[in-house]
Design a protein around this ligand. Structure first.
Ligand code: AMP
Ligand code: MG
Length: 481
């Protein structure tokens, strides 16, 4: 493994060095060998992955640290937060020479734990492990995990649960909330911190006439693309607080997330989201809100040749690109999912008509696209109460496709429509077995989600494909983790 310990070169006010506190009797959970290979893990480190993923062994080349940050939670200023139960245990170079953070979650309390115990439970660890794997393989930028361990040591939540530790990777653990913390508590650190963010994550912006504006543009662009991808695969993050979004637009800290089953845009997956702030359909506008909030933190970086108002306008102008970027990626992705030409003037309307059917008929989002892809039109129609609505959609759909390059459109559908998503009930079963020390279902889902676009008869069960019966309410996920 090759180390690049760059975060510790920042002001020590931004972090606290400490070692993990191992859980007692940690045992193997699951290990992602392919990811370890991508990260150039040595054979020796692979042999001792259980010790590394349970906080018993750390690397001499990197002194573990907890980061401090702040944030807006559910739209309210929450003040200082920080890594309350996770530690950055290394920054290493992957096979592409990209710096990747190794972050150990559940590693014990830190000065930023507030009332928390510094631990993570097996349930939420498995949820994060599998979802990171699913998102990466669905082509959505996201944190990923090398592995997790579990322990008999109990961790108290609504009930006593098994403790666990997750070793996750991300290209960046710098959150929008880092900027909020600095502005609120140590504003003199802002110029250098921003400079480092640009150097590390957007070096191309250093060449721009105004590197800070170029940086803001990029962060906004990447966030818009990430959220467009979430919408396309039906992913609801669940807790889009400003401390849970990073500056590289890769998905992070998705605790009470869910993959949508029946198409309900106002679906809430997070049990604690009483005001329905983070529903699936709200995600694009919440992304905008978070970025607007973040941009205010760049106001003090006004260059000398800008008047105050002019600088404010320049920052605001960056945000004007958010919606068009989101729409461009969403529309393109949706036309691929539909097998419609993106350039056709009626494609988006037609896709919207399909989504309206899914919504009114409460059809399964993922399976409906697969049925469309497999030309199982009658099967979709049979599930509809209002068959005329479907027939009218279908005639428009076939009309648009007439005379187009069907082979190409069908091929696009196959790369855009997953056969498998991580349904809550699939995860639930894997968790229940893992709590009895049986990780076979985690292994099966891991395999299935390694190639979510490919039908894998050998590994699938019929439940993996089925929408929940319409009289079964979807699981709402507890925020406690
Ligand atoms: P989250 O919304 O899960 O990303 O967490 C929000 C904040 O609470 C972060 O600062 C976490 O580090 C902290 N936190 C969450 N759970 C715990 C815990 N069990 N112990 C200590 N801190 C925690
Ligand atoms: Mg968080």
């Amino acid at each position: 493994m090759q180390f690049n310990p760059r975060y510790p070169t920042l002001s020590p006010k931004l972090f606290h060095h400490q070692q993990p506190v191992p859980l007692k009797g940690a045992k193997s959970g699951h290990f992602n060998e392919a990811l370890a290979n991508q990260l150039n893990w040595s054979e020796e480190d692979k042999q001792s992955w259980i010790e590394i993923c349970s906080g018993q062994k750390t690397f001499a080349e990197f002194e573990p640290l907890a980061m401090v940050y702040a944030g807006h939670q559910f739209g309210q200023w929450a003040g200082q937060l920080g890594d309350g139960r996770g530690l950055l245990i290394a920054q290493i170079l992957d096979r592409n020479n990209q710096t990747i953070d190794l972050h150990l979650k559940g590693a014990g309390s830190t000065p930023y734990s507030r009332m928390g115990d510094g631990r993570a439970v097996l349930r939420s660890t498995i949820r994060e492990y599998l979802a990171g794997h699913a998102l990466n393989n669905l082509g959505v930028p996201s944190s990923h995990s090398v592995g997790f361990t579990s322990s008999e040591q109990g961790v108290q939540r609504e009930k006593l649960e098994r403790g666990a530790m997750l070793l996750r990777t991300s290209d960046c653990h710098i959150r929008l909330g880092h900027f909020e913390w600095i502005n609120q508590y140590q504003s003199e650190l802002l110029p250098e911190f921003t400079q480092k963010c640009i150097e590390w994550h957007y070096p191309e912006c250093l060449e721009a006439e105004q590197p800070i504006l170029a940086f803001a543009h990029k962060v906004i662009q990447r966030t818009a693309v990430m959220i467009a991808k979430w919408q396309l695969v039906g992913f609801a993050h669940g807790v889009m607080n400003t401390d849970n979004l990073n500056i590289t637009g890769s998905t992070l800290d998705f605790g009470p997330y869910g993959f949508m089953e029946r198409f309900r845009p106002n679906w809430i997956n997070n049990h604690s989201d009483h005001h329905a702030r983070y529903t699936y359909q709200q995600q694009p506008s919440i992304g905008h809100w978070n970025l607007w909030n973040w941009l205010n933190n760049l106001a003090p970086l006004r260059p000398e040749n800008y008047e105050k108002e002019q600088w404010k306008e320049a920052l605001t102008e960056c945000l004007e690109h958010y919606e068009p970027t989101f729409l461009e990626h969403y529309k393109l992705g949706l036309s691929q999912k539909m097998g419609l030409p993106s350039f056709h003037k009626d494609s988006f309307d037609c896709a919207m008509a399909f989504l309206r059917i899914l919504q009114t008929e409460q059809l399964d989002y993922t399976q409906s696209f697969i049925r469309l892809q497999n030309k199982k039109y009658e099967v979709i129609k049979d599930d509809c109460l209002d068959r005329r609505q479907f027939e009218s959609f279908l005639s428009q759909y076939e009309h648009i496709r007439q005379g187009q390059d069907i082979v190409e459109l069908n091929a696009a559908m196959q790369t855009a429509n997953p056969v498998y998503i991580l349904r809550n009930h699939m995860m639930q079963k894997a968790i229940e077995l893992a709590e009895k020390n049986d990780f076979s279902e985690v292994e099966r889902l891991f395999t299935l989600l390694s190639q979510p676009f490919k039908k894998q008869v050998k590994f699938e069960t019929s439940a993996d494909l089925q929408p929940l019966p319409s009289d079964v309410p979807e699981v709402m996920v507890s925020c406690s983790s």
